[in-house]
Ligand binder design. Structure first.
Ligand SMILES: Nc1nc2c(c(=O)[nH]1)N[C@H]1C(S)=C(S)[C@@H](COP(=O)(O)OP(=O)(O)OC[C@H]3O[C@@H](n4cnc5c(=O)[nH]c(N)nc54)[C@H](O)[C@@H]3O)O[C@H]1N2
Ligand SMILES: Nc1nc2c(c(=O)[nH]1)N[C@H]1C(S)=C(S)[C@@H](COP(=O)(O)OP(=O)(O)OC[C@H]3O[C@@H](n4cnc5c(=O)[nH]c(N)nc54)[C@H](O)[C@@H]3O)O[C@H]1N2
Ligand code: SF4
Ligand SMILES: [Mo]
Length: 727
């Protein structure tokens, strides 16, 4: 009998466009993945990583059964043995030291699973209010979220460019041709950007490197970590040259005069030497942003991970506001699910978040907690520093912080001090190899999903949900199920969990499974296009999405505008511009110094065939004997007698690495670009990744509390001072 192959529509959850995919499945097992031609937005596009994911699902190096570390390495154990021991040891730690002794780090892929996100958060917070919660956001998004919290009163109100309607798109610190967009869910983003040019508009890329995106559009080179100066000078010009419709801006925002005096000293002539962008270009850009009716500035990773990420992000939004481009068609807009009562949810959530921001501080640096999480750059010190709330038990799910946070070696060593460490992952990575247990988890195609995290960043309002399209590989379990199991085991010993387990038990007796899935269903039903629990015939719910609309559905042609008053969590319903913390950051700009002996600046670099640290074990992605390379300007190389392919030593005030270098003219002189996510050193089980090796660029970044960004706890990952030598 011929094998029966089913083709199941679903979507990719490696990165943010969430491209439509068709999984060919035989007997519950994945045979192949191909792009979904019937997906309304990605319409037949998927990148190499999306296709290669079949190799991750079926990877022979994948962890299939729970692993426990023994004297001679990892050994397989049963789920029951693993969970029993973890539950017992965790309860003992909790009894002795309280919830402050427990930490959880959730990495980037966690954000792509609603159930995982809820599980990690509820579990950690459920332990008690002293527990530690870290996410990859402090290397990624916290500065963006805190800028939103300051401006709009609520961290989750994040404006995005109105991609499908704008005529001037200024993109700072982002390379969407390679990254496919971030804080901006837009399948086929490159095509959408070309559309702007086709309709007579412009796309301007502000970046120290003539990136793949800058090559395809207009490039304005900027010295790393100076974007806030450029933005202050743009604001200066707009105000000083009388371009601003002050009355209109004052209808949207409080503190306009405060902002005007904040940017007064920053003439474009005074910032040019630092930014490398001359005064005439600044004036022209300011004028274009004001006079083009549909214009937007957008910033992403490169503007989030500098020394003043929150300030830079705040200023991007301030430029959009002052230029008259906030919350208008083609400008910087708030995409939202438009859930019933969203306005009051924003007020309530904003109040809770702002309160925790004021009150909860890192015990190491005093940095305020950003959306309930602590700086991951300080995780090692949270483990090694004695005193109350010293971490003794650590969970890591969907993260590889030994490679992704500053000073991986420090963190690696710190893991050795833990009394209990548990990884939820499907690989033995540089991080999970340090743990006492590795619990095998399902990949995205082995679980149902609704991409909750990304609903508010959609350039075209869209909904898609999927069922699991495969049966779990080996004994893999979902994170939510693992946390549930652990919570049940703790319930007997930890009061918070007893209450939690009890409530769920009672609900179950009434036939209600109070799972994250139920919450997602309620969200879909109460949001734009939803069925309002039956009140709106033909409306959406989670089951209908997954079963009847498997390719997804566009719920509105464009992002709604004129919604600022709903997006703002302050009772004033207006943007709040005046903040002492922002003034402090501006103050610090003039006091920045660079230590002697580090004449160059390091920036990051994402590659089309990598996803942070975790896709280097796919033969398809690693073909051609791929290796990590740093990029350096030809003139800087020549000055140091360095030629293409040379191994060079890169030294920052914080560490040293050795990498091969490629020379290029597509960089500002003085800038060196180094990809992150490499540095596989044979401790993990991923054989191909180990062979490719590379260097961990985060040995060059700082885990010193003084280098953690003051307002949001962000790691400092760009513009790091370095020198480069032939070893
Ligand atoms: N192929 C691939 N795609 C990915 C990922 C991946 O690893 N590989 N990772 C995913 C993740 S986790 C994320 S968060 C997104 C990120 O996606 P993006 O936000 O697009 O980030 P990057 O691709 O890192 O591009 C950042 C750009 O900022 C520039 N830059 C560096 N410093 C500065 C600066 O000081 N000022 C300015 N103006 N520019 C600067 C860099 O040169 C670089 O071109 O990508 C996602 N997509
Ligand atoms: N120098 C420098 N450092 C950076 C960056 C940079 O640009 N420069 N970028 C930063 C950014 S934007 C980010 S987001 C972080 C990422 O930081 P992390 O999230 O800590 O690191 P990843 O490499 O993404 O590791 C993801 C891990 O999750 C596992 N995994 C994949 N899918 C699943 C799943 O469904 N469930 C579970 N449980 N595990 C899964 C993978 O096997 C892998 O071990 O790194 C940051 N670090
Ligand atoms: S662009 Fe991102 S979401 Fe789309 S197929 Fe590639 S990895 Fe998957
Ligand atoms: Mo990220």
């Amino acid at each position: 009998m011929a094998p029966v192959i089913e083709n199941k529509p679903t979507f990719c959850r490696i990165c943010e466009p969430l491209c439509g995919m068709v999984a060919s499945v035989e007997d519950g097992r994945l045979v192949a993945l191909r792009p979904d031609k019937e997906h309304p937005l990605s319409s037949g596009f998927a990148c190499q990583k999306g296709i290669a994911f079949a190799e991750v699902v079926n990877d022979p190096d994948r962890v299939r059964r729970p692993l426990r570390r023994g004297p001679t390495g990892f050994e397989e154990v049963t789920w029951d043995e693993a969970m029993d021991d973890i539950g017992g040891r965790l309860s003992a730690i909790l009894r002795r030291h309280g919830s402050g002794a427990v930490g959880w780090y959730m990495g980037n892929p966690g954000a792509f699973s609603y159930a995982h996100t809820f599980a990690a958060l509820l579990f950690t917070k459920g332990l008690g209010r002293h527990s530690h919660y870290f996410t990859a956001s402090s290397q990624d998004t916290n500065s963006r979220l805190i800028a939103s919290q300051l401006l709009y009163g609520v961290p989750t109100s994040v404006p995005i460019p109105d991609l499908t309607r704008t005529d001037l798109l200024v993109m700072m610190g982002t390379n969407p041709v390679v990254s496919h967009g971030s804080f901006l869910t837009a399948p086929r983003i490159k095509d959408r950007m070309h559309d702007i040019v086709k309709r007579g508009g412009r796309v301007v890329i502000i970046d120290p490197r003539r990136s793949e995106t800058a090559t395809a559009f207009e490039w304005l080179g900027i010295v790393p970590d100076t974007d806030s100066l450029l933005l202050l000078s743009l604001l200066h010009v707009m105000f000083a040259d009388g371009m601003v419709d002050v009355a209109a801006v004052k209808r949207q925002a409080d503190g306009v005069d405060w902002l005007r005096s904040l940017c007064r000293p920053f003439t474009p002539e005074s910032t040019a030497a630092s930014t490398g962008i001359d005064a005439d270009s600044v004036r022209a850009l300011a004028r274009d942003l004001v006079t083009t009716p549909r214009a937007a500035v957008y910033g992403r990773l490169g503007t989030c991970v500098g020394t003043h990420g929150t300030l830079t992000t705040y200023l991007i939004d301030a430029v959009n506001l002052v230029a008259g481009n906030l919350d208008v068609p083609g400008g910087s807009v708030f995409s939202s699910m438009h859930t019933l009562g969203a306005r009051w949810q924003n007020v309530a959530m904003g109040a809770v978040m702002r309160r925790s921001y004021r009150r909860k501080r890192s015990r190491i640096s005093g940095t305020p907690s950003a959306i309930g999480s602590e700086p991951a750059a300080l995780m090692a010190k949270e483990i090694t520093t004695p005193g109350e709330r010293k971490i003794r038990a650590m969970f890591v799910s969907a993260g590889n912080p030994v490679l992704s946070v500053p000073n991986g070696e420090e963190l690696e060593a710190a893991f050795g001090e833990l009394e209990l460490s548990v990884a939820l992952d499907f690989y033995v990575t540089e991080t999970s190899t340090q743990c006492d247990y590795i619990l095998p988890v399902t990949t995205m195609y082995e679980r149902d999903d609704f991409p909750y995290t990304f609903q508010s960043f959609q350039a075209t309002p869209f909904r898609q949900a999927t069922k699991a399209v495969l049966t779990p590989v080996g004994e893999a379990r979902e994170e939510w199920a693992i946390v549930e199991d652990l919570a049940r085991r703790l319930a007997r010993r930890v009061p918070a969990f007893a209450a939690y387990a009890g409530v769920r038990q009672v609900l179950r007796m009434f036939g209600v499974d109070a799972s994250p899935r139920l919450m997602m269903d309620a969200l879909v039903r109460m949001s734009e296009g939803g069925d309002r629990f039956g009140l709106r015939r033909g409306g959406l719910n989670l089951r209908r999405l997954a079963e009847e609309l498997p390719h997804g559905v566009v719920v509105a042609p464009h992002v709604r505008t004129g919604v600022l008053r709903q997006a703002v969590g302050y009772l004033s319903r207006r943007v709040r511009l005046a903040h002492p913390g922002i003034a402090d950051e501006v103050d610090k700009l003039s006091r920045r110094t660079v230590p002697d002996g580090y004449p160059l600046r390091m920036v990051g670099l994402r590659e089309p065939r990598s996803e942070n640290s975790w896709m280097h074990n796919s033969p398809l992605l690693m073909r051609g004997d791929r290796r990590q390379h740093a990029l350096m300007h030809v003139d800087d190389a020549a000055e140091r007698d360095i030629v293409d392919g040379d191994e060079v030593r890169i030294t920052s005030p914080f560490g040293t690495i050795t990498v091969p270098v490629l020379t290029t003219k597509d960089l500002l002189p003085g800038v060196v670009a180094v990809p992150h996510g490499w540095g596989h050193k044979g401790t993990g089980s991923w054989r191909l990744a180990n062979r490719a090796g590379g260097a961990n660029v985060n040995q060059l970044t700082s885990s010193d509390p003084a280098d953690v960004e003051a307002l949001s706890g962000m790691a400092w990952l760009t513009g790091v001072p370095i020198r480069v030598e032939r070893p």
